[in-house]
Ligand binder design. Structure first.
Ligand SMILES: [Zn+2]
Length: 473
């Protein structure tokens, strides 16, 4: 029924697979040593570079440092380095080279020393000529990866690995090890033709997303209880820390003198671990819900219309803590990221609507803008036509229309978005210009024309005569 031509899809993609690692006891020990050692090597290399430059202006590159590192590994004081596989250290030196390149190009700050507890990822390149990865079949529980110095690592197999596997990075998160495997040449998942031409998506506060086809995706239910537990653990930790400060003769109500170290007791460690575990669990639940929502969205429609939210400004500007939390839970930035790449993979078209477009305040039935609408009003009645609206659903319907209008009018349509006062306030049309123009069904065209007439400024060249649309913006 829709004439929407699918945008040309890419045939292969680059992506990363993330899987949990189940190391043996001796592998866990080696991994922990490596985590400390890579930090040591980063700091050593950074010190060598800085000193050499200060002394006689030499700029050491990673080849020179790699040679020095070979000597360091043989030195009696640092011989413990030679027990560990070399590969992750080479990667650290390369990473530092890249960090310096960024600094010299004025893109980044001067690289910093790494503190304890903030380990670097342990990266190994995967040799294409050797069969280092046993990918396993669908009924297998494990992926097996053979790495120098570690032997065969077992990874929990959560999906099939496709394409050329380039590198594996091991990271410790909240007490568990995770592997991120990068791959290229991965065939794009085949997307069936979508049932709907377009769906507008409102990123909600109460709900994760609300779609213009009537689908509400609620935030995961487990959330509230877990947030409560998180608060409790964190209060617990503060009490324990205050008690520890008192034992050291400090007043916890006063700021501690600079350089003070509060001794961390075993109980405090345990609480820290609980907080970290809970954070990891909440993040996992949330990410899972976001992935389900975005995958389902991309499957259901050819065009996705979303609002270009200023996420950070939203989280900062709104005063109430609960509101901030709900915005953070909905994770607009992550939603946007997932929708963007999944749309690209499957050849769907993303239409990004200017953030000044009044999606919530416009009546989707008559087009009147209700300027008096407050943020906390979840339901409202249009003063012009009397239609009752659910705030988020109404916004989603408006986004669908506006998204289609922008596509129909082509990239230049952004210049006609009246609420932004001509050219987008950010001077950035990138997102809109990327959107492809598609053919639209006829009835939509006439509908869109009406909406354009209603919202455009009186001198706008897109304005059609005969429609008196002064009530618009
Ligand atoms: Zn109305």
């Amino acid at each position: 029924m829709s004439e929407a031509a699918p945008a040309e899809a890419v045939s292969t993609i680059e992506r990363a697979y993330r899987m949990r690692v189940y190391p043996t006891r001796s592998q866990a020990r080696t991994l922990a040593q490596l985590a400390g050692a890579t930090r040591f090597v980063w700091n050593w290399a950074l010190d060598r570079r800085s000193t050499a430059y200060r002394v006689d202006g030499t700029k050491l590159n990673w080849v020179a440092l790699s040679r020095e590192f070979t000597v360091l590994r043989a030195a009696p004081d640092t011989a413990w380095l030679s027990d560990l596989p070399r590969e992750p250290f080479n990667q650290v030196l390369r990473d530092q080279e890249r960090a310096f390149a960024g600094f010299f190009a004025k893109r980044a700050q001067y690289p910093r020393f790494r503190r304890r507890g903030v380990p670097l990822g342990l990266r190994f390149t995967l040799d294409q000529r050797r069969e280092q990865v046993e990918r396993g079949h669908d009924h297998d529980r494990w992926v097996r990866v053979n790495l120098p110095g570690l032997g065969t690592l077992k990874l929990r197999r959560t999906e099939a690995l496709a394409g050329r596997l380039r590198s594996i990075t091991l990271r410790r998160e909240a007490g568990a090890w995770y592997a991120s495997i990068t791959a290229d040449g991965v065939p794009v998942p085949v997307a069936a033709p979508a049932a709907r031409a377009a769906i507008g998506v409102d990123i909600g506060l109460k709900d994760l997303i609300v779609r213009s086809d009537g689908v509400h995706v609620p935030a995961p239910a487990a959330f509230r209880a877990q947030l409560g537990r998180l608060c409790r653990y964190q209060r617990h930790y503060v009490r324990q820390r205050d008690a520890a400060a008192r034992r050291q003769g400090l007043d916890p109500a006063q700021p501690f003198p600079k350089g003070t170290r509060i001794e961390v007791s075993n109980r405090m460690h345990r609480t820290q671990q609980r907080v970290a575990d809970l954070h990891a669990r909440i993040a996992a639940v949330r990410l899972e819900a976001l992935h389900r929502a975005t995958t389902d969205l991309v499957r259901s429609t050819q065009v996705i219309a979303i609002e270009d939210l200023a996420v950070k400004a939203m989280a900062r500007g709104m005063g109430r803590r609960g509101f901030r939390r709900s915005v953070a839970n909905a994770a607009p930035g992550e939603l946007r990221r997932q929708i963007t790449y999944k749309a690209r993979w499957t050849g769907r078209t993303l239409s990004v609507v200017d953030r000044w477009f009044p999606s919530s305040k416009t009546c989707s039935s008559c087009g009147a803008v209700n300027k008096a609408l407050q943020l906390q009003e979840r339901r409202w009645t249009c003063p012009a036509c009397g239609t009752e609206h659910d705030r988020d659903f109404n916004a989603a319907v408006n986004l669908e229309r506006e998204g289609l209008r922008l596509l129909e009018a082509g990239p230049r349509a952004a210049l006609h978005t009246p609420m932004s006062g001509g050219i987008d306030a950010r001077g950035d049309l990138g997102a809109v210009a990327e959107a492809q123009v598609i053919a639209l069904p006829q009835h939509r065209r006439s509908l869109n024309r009406e909406l354009v007439a209603k919202r455009c400024a009186p001198n706008c060249p897109k304005r059609r005569s005969g429609t008196g649309g002064e009530d618009g913006a």
